[in-house]
Design a protein around this ligand. Structure first.
Ligand code: XBP
Ligand code: MG
Length: 233
């Protein structure tokens, strides 16, 4: 029986990646680094989930003569990026994707529990719920599992397993919502049925194994979701 919905954040609740990209570029500029991530570069870099991991992958792709940042410098730069991302969301300009607010409200009214399983940090979840719901994350969600709390980020199932543990529920009582192939693999590996709404950066990826692939969550009801969960259980 369906008991909870577990949401990815970036790309699923909102189209956040352009705000992330702007925050990375501003952090690079503020440090005097000559790094700049265009949309095309960022599309490739999104194959590496996690901001610190993404900066490391980018650095590894540079010529040998380029200046290398040590692990603690990457961590510091990423903390600066997170602060800038918070400022960007704080100044508005980011909306939830269509259907998200309605589904979350209907699920809550129908007695379902709500959770987040994200690669990004809890600080960025807070920035998003304040920006889009004008509420604290613990008011919107019953459980939050973030990438910096687990040993392995998506596509590993760890962050979904942590969300399930915090909900105290088995995977067949939940449905995961994702926008990317990497996130889909993480949720499937945790045994969850998955609804995929591709985002601007993940259009055309391989969503084999998804219970449903839809343009948006608009019009999706808890009753339809209970059937999706039931069919797969
Ligand atoms: C999102 C990500 C994140 C963000 C940046 O993946 O990969 O790395 O791009 O966030 P998903 P941080 O939607 O699959 O969770 O810089 O905070 O890591
Ligand atoms: Mg995502």
């Amino acid at each position: 029986r369906l008991a909870a919905l577990i949401f990815d954040v970036d790309g699923t609740l909102a189209e956040t990646e352009e705000a992330h990209r702007a925050a990375f570029n501003r952090a690079f500029d503020a440090r005097g680094l000559s790094w700049h991530w265009s949309r095309e570069t960022y599309r490739d870099l999104l194959r590496t989930p996690g901001g610190k991991e993404r900066m490391r992958a980018f650095q590894d792709s540079l010529p040998d003569a380029a200046r290398r940042l040590a692990a603690d410098e990457i961590a510091q730069l990423h903390a600066e990026k997170t602060a800038i991302y918070g400022d960007i969301l704080n100044s508005g300009g980011l909306d939830l994707r269509p259907g998200v607010a309605g589904l979350i409200a209907a699920a809550r009214a129908g007695g379902l529990r709500l959770a987040v399983a994200t690669t990004t940090s809890r600080a960025n979840v807070t920035a998003l719920t304040r920006c889009c719901w004008r509420q604290e994350p613990d008011t919107v969600f019953d459980a939050i599992a973030a990438g910096d709390e687990v040993a392995a980020k998506k596509p590993a199932p760890d962050v979904y397993r942590l969300a399930l543990a915090r909900l105290g529920l088995p995977p067949d009582a939940c449905i995961a919502f994702e926008d990317s192939a990497i996130g889909l693999r993480a949720a499937l590996a945790a045994g969850l049925p998955v609804v995929v709404t591709p985002s601007t950066y993940t259009q055309g990826e391989d969503f084999t194994g998804a219970a449903l692939v839809a343009d948006s969550l608009t019009g999706l009801t808890p009753a339809q979701l209970a059937r999706i969960g039931g069919d797969l259980a």
